[in-house]
Write a protein that binds this ligand. Structure first.
Ligand SMILES: Nc1ncnc2c1ncn2[C@@H]1O[C@H](COP(=O)(O)OP(=O)(O)O)[C@@H](O)[C@H]1O
Ligand SMILES: [Mg+2]
Length: 230
């Protein structure tokens, strides 16, 4: 479960500061997808980075599975991030020289909930690649994959350490409508199968009715008066 309460985050902006996230609260429960929408610059990616514990908010609390991240030491926070949080960034950051399978396998080297032995790591990577529909492409490198397929590898990689929170930033922005729809479909299915608490930043309002909840941001503030389907 992800719980943000009254989170505010500012960035330096010349002599003053810009408020990227302004007193936002949200709860995302296991097995549900919460959509985060809003215009460009409204704070969506920043909110995701706060939930991912990559940036510490100026004020407010971040709880992951009831653990108050603000109370952890840096080392404990790193462990929590590694074991509990899967992140799919907006820009694909696959390693060019590695096959799809290897992209997943290196995640284990970074540690995880159950540091698996090598053969098991390979099996787990294969399971996840099958789950995202890439079983037949596991030996391909990023340049041999389409944009949609690369995004599937990104998603599979984020799931490699069995996270309880899955955070996905605009996964369909570089894809056509059909491929985009199938990525959303995949995220909904994996959330259900793996019981993740998922936050999904999207500009694609077509799929909002399928989500379990929505947060609409304008200038860093949560606007509940705007329906999720707007
Ligand atoms: N690292 C940063 N340093 C300074 N300002 C930033 C930084 N990241 C984001 N911002 C500012 O915070 C606001 C929210 O940005 P962002 O979260 O990226 O919005 P969105 O993802 O909704 O497009 C914007 O005004 C942006 O310019
Ligand atoms: Mg963004």
């Amino acid at each position: 479960m992800i719980q943000l309460s009254n989170v505010t985050l500012t960035f330096p902006d010349g002599d003053s500061r810009i408020t990227a996230v302004d007193h936002v609260s949200l709860t995302s429960r296991p097995g549900t997808v919460t959509a985060i929408t809003g215009p460009s610059g409204s704070g969506k990616s920043t909110l995701l980075a706060v939930a991912a514990t990559l940036i510490r908010p100026d004020s407010g609390n971040v709880l992951i599975d009831d653990i108050d991240v603000g109370r952890l030491t840096p080392a404990e926070a790193t462990t929590l991030r590694r074991e509990k949080i899967g992140i799919v960034f907006q820009q694909s950051n696959l390693i060019p020289s590695l096959t799809a399978r290897e992209q997943l396998q290196v995640m284990n080297a970074l540690g995880g909930r159950s540091s698996r032995r090598r053969p098991e790591v390979g099996e787990h990577a294969d399971e996840l690649l099958n789950a995202v529909g890439l079983g037949d492409h596991r030996d391909k490198r990023p340049h041999q994959l389409s944009g949609g397929q690369r995004q599937r590898v990104n998603i599979a990689r984020a799931l490699m350490n069995g996270p309880s929170a899955l955070l996905v930033d605009e996964p369909t922005s570089a894809l056509d409508q059909e491929r985009g729809a199938s990525i959303i479909e995949l995220i909904l299915r994996l959330t259900d199968d793996l019981d993740t608490s998922t936050l999904l930043v999207t500009h694609d309002t077509v799929h909002l009715p399928r989500m379990h909840g929505g947060v609409h941001l304008v200038d860093g503030k949560r606007l509940d008066s705007v329906p999720a389907t707007a």
